[in-house]
Structure formats: structure tokens, C-alpha cells
Write a protein of this length. Structure first.
Length: 429
């Protein structure tokens, strides 16, 4: 059986170096249209089914400190490089550096935060003949051994992954506020300029859905034809965009909140169960959201990328009492809650028809579902935590000491949002 790590990375990118080539094909006649789409109006009030009075977390702060220390010692080198042990080549990704920064600032580890940031800035910078192109990070770094040549370590793919840059900037803003480091705030502002210019685009659509949309990476890779865009719902981080609006008021980051929630709601119609997909196709003509073609490397299935939608939306609900977040969770988590109640498990991948694609679960999914379910049904949330996310010993690892992705999602999903100080987010409340 193909490992879960391989499935996740094949589904996430395949190879970014080949992505533009693989997707730049003719789509005439190969798209599956979806049900007719009405314009989704963003709610202004929380639904009655959502509770902001979350159950008290049974986990002690020492649990998160111990599991962080173990992750740092196993996955982060002394120079600040985060190693993905799930891959034989021990590669590093911008995603890994950003997750480490988020966790370091939350747990109050400024020394590790600075090492991880410094390594990323020095090694993932995108350059052309030693000239800095921007302040985004190349997504993949590792060993490159050409046939007959000595192994050389460095950037393997110059393209950037927008989710990593968003998470890194979020961590920088919080770090600036927590540790009173103005240099972090200035770097965050610089990176925000590049995210806006290179990772967002004005898209004209019918049904009054036009606006500025978040892109998963470089425009040339995800906009191969004038009427086509490829979007990744799990990159949408509304709480981060609200934070960005505080320090970068010259750009309309809140528009990304509006277009992002519309994207989540409309693209969910591709799935018979209303679940988010790892990837969706956005077309300028109606129906705007469609299944990715079968010839593409990236697929429209509910899987390892899509899990993060629940966590990101739940954070927006917890931190900003977002009405669209509450409605999205109450309307779209129901199929998973029903599956859990029936079998006490969730398949790791579900196709657009609502059928399980594999016969195993994923700890990373349970971790991302958990903070969202806490708002809807505390009994189910407790059951998921106790049966799927508990560690008998905090000195051990979720799914073993090579499961890089699981360590990060499990830790971030379990960390109680109510422990995050309001001072980090208060000016936007």
C-alpha cells in the first residue's frame, strides 16, 4: 500500500516543477459540471447551533511544551532547518519552516523561532543570478544529485507555496507583539506586499462574484488559460487576513475574507456531501466551480490538504467570532459527524460522490476536525480526542517519529484557541 505521506505529497503538489506543464492542457469537454450555483451571501450573525463556550481543555500546558521540545529535538537541526523525515531525501519545505515558527511563538520559544526564520530567509530566498526576486520562500529544498555528479544541497523548486508564506507572516506578526520585536513586524509588512502582488489576483466572474482571490502559488502555474484558475481551499486563512489588515491597511485584505468564504461555500457544491476538496477548478463561466480534470496531477477529493479547512475556519470563529465561519462549520461538518457517530472513524480520503477511497483514517484529519467539532458537539469532540489524538506518554510521537505532517497538525489542532492571548488579535475584534 502507498504510504500516507506519499499520498499526501503526490496529492499536494506532485512536482511543482512539472505542475505548470501538466496543467497547461486543453480542458474542452473534460470537465464535470456541478449543480447550478446561487450567489452565496456572507452571513452576519452566528447560527444558533454554534457555541463559543468551548469545553475546558483537559490538556496541561506542560503537554504542549513537552511535545514541542520533542519535535524540536527530532525535526529541527541546530541551524534552524526543519527536516521532513517522511521522505527518504530528508527534504525541507517552506511549510515546515512556517509550522515551526507558529508553534515556537505559541509555546514561547524565541530562540528556536529566530533560528528557523533565519534559516528560511538565508536558504529559501528566491533569486535570479543572486538578485533577490521577492521575499517569499521557495517551497522545496534538499539534495540534488545529477547523474554522475556529487550530491548538492539547495533549492529544488523555486516556486512558492502561498499557505507557507501566510503562516510565516502570521507567526511574524504574533512574534512581534509577543516579544516586542519591531524587526519581525517590518519583515512581515515586506512579505505581505509580495503575497498581495504575487499570490492574489482580480478575477472577473458572473453572478457578482468578482473580486480579489487568493492563489496557491505563482500565477503562471495556477492560471494556465484566460478563463481557468486552480484554487486550494485549505490555503484560505481568514483569521490571518484579518490580522494582515491591521498592519497593512493600504491593501484590502478583508476582501480576501469575503471571496474566500464564497469560494469555500460555492466549491463545496462540487462534492455531493458538501465537503471541501484538496483542489478545485474555478472557471470564469458558470458553473464557476468544477472538478479538476482526470488528467491533472492534483485532484478534487477530500483529503490531506482539505483537512486544514476545518482548523483555519475554526480559528476564525474562535478568535474573531466570525459569522461566516460559524455557518460554514455548522453546514458542512455534518456529514463527517454522522460518519463518526455511525462507525467511530473517518476515512482519510473521500471522493466527490461521498465514497471512502481508502480503508484507513488519518490522525492529521482528526486533529483538524477536532477544533471545529468543539464548537458543534463537545461529546463528539471529546470522543475524537480521547480515541484518536491522545498520547499515552507525551514523550512519544503521533504516528511515529518520522510523521512530520502529523506532528504539526496534531499539535496545532489540539492547542486550545482560548489559550491564545487576545492581545495578539485584539485590535480587530
Amino acid at each position: 500500500m502507498v504510504s500516507r505521506a506519499v499520498l499526501r505529497w503526490v496529492q499536494r503538489w506532485g512536482s511543482m516543477a512539472l505542475l505548470g506543464l501538466m496543467l497547461n492542457i486543453s480542458f474542452a469537454g473534460c470537465l464535470t459540471p456541478v449543480r447550478s450555483q446561487a450567489v452565496y451571501e456572507l452571513p452576519t450573525e452566528l447560527p444558533a447551533t454554534v457555541s463559543l463556550a468551548l469545553e475546558s481543555s483537559p490538556l496541561e500546558r506542560s503537554f504542549f511544551k513537552t511535545t514541542w521540545d520533542n519535535y524540536r529535538d527530532r525535526f529541527i537541526q541546530t541551524d534552524g532547518r526543519v527536516i521532513d523525515w517522511e521522505n527518504d531525501d530528508q527534504r525541507t519545505t517552506s511549510e515546515g519552516q512556517a509550522y515551526a515558527m507558529l508553534r515556537a511563538v505559541v509555546i514561547d520559544d524565541p530562540e528556536t523561532f529566530d533560528r528557523v526564520l533565519t534559516w528560511g530567509e538565508e536558504n529559501l530566498a528566491r533569486r535570479d543570478n543572486d538578485i533577490l526576486l521577492d521575499h517569499l520562500w521557495a517551497w522545496k529544498w534538499g539534495p540534488d544529485a545529477a547523474p554522475g555528479a556529487a550530491e548538492k544541497w539547495g533549492i529544488l523548486d523555486e516556486n512558492f507555496a502561498t499557505d507557507a508564506d501566510i503562516d510565516a507572516v502570521t507567526a511574524l506578526i504574533i512574534a512581534a507583539r509577543r516579544w516586542q520585536k519591531t524587526a519581525y513586524l517590518e519583515l512581515a509588512k515586506t512579505k505581505l506586499s509580495d503575497i498581495w502582488e504575487l499570490s492574489t489576483a482580480d478575477i472577473s466572474l458572473e453572478n457578482d462574484l468578482s473580486g480579489r482571490y487568493l492563489l496557491p502559488g505563482p500565477l503562471e502555474a495556477f492560471h494556465p488559460e484566460p478563463e481557468l484558475w486552480y484554487l486550494n481551499p485549505s490555503y484560505f486563512a481568514p483569521y490571518a487576513f484579518r490580522l494582515f489588515a491591521q498592519i497593512d491597511p493600504g491593501r484590502d485584505w478583508l476582501e480576501l475574507v469575503h471571496t474566500g468564504y464564497r469560494m469555500l461555500e460555492e466549491s463545496a457544491k462540487v462534492s455531493d456531501l458538501g465537503l471541501p476538496s484538496d483542489w478545485v477548478l474555478l472557471h470564469s463561466d458558470t458553473p464557476h466551480y468544477r472538478e479538476m480534470p482526470s488528467t491533472a496531477l492534483i485532484k478534487s477529493v477530500y483529503g490531506f490538504d482539505a483537512y486544514r479547512v476545518w482548523w483555519r475556519v475554526a480559528l476564525d470563529l474562535s478568535l474573531f467570532e466570525s459569522a461566516p465561519a460559524g455557518h460554514y462549520l455548522s453546514e458542512h461538518l455534518t456529514p463527517l459527524l454522522e460518519r463518526w457517530q455511525q462507525s467511530q472513524q473517518l476515512p482519510a480520503q473521500i471522493d466527490l460522490a461521498g465514497e471512502a477511497m481508502v480503508d484507513y483514517g488519518a490522525t492529521s484529519q482528526y486533529a483538524m476536525v477536532y477544533p471545529a467539532v468543539r464548537h458543534l458537539d463537545v461529546n463528539i469532540a471529546r470522543s475524537i480526542r480521547e480515541s484518536k489524538l491522545s498520547l499515552a506518554n507525551p514523550n512519544t510521537f503521533w504516528d511515529g517519529d518520522s510523521a512530520y505532517y502529523t506532528q504539526n497538525l496534531a499539535w496545532l489542532g489540539l492547542y486550545p484557541s482560548e489559550w491564545l492571548p487576545s492581545s495578539w488579535f485584539s485590535s480587530a475584534r
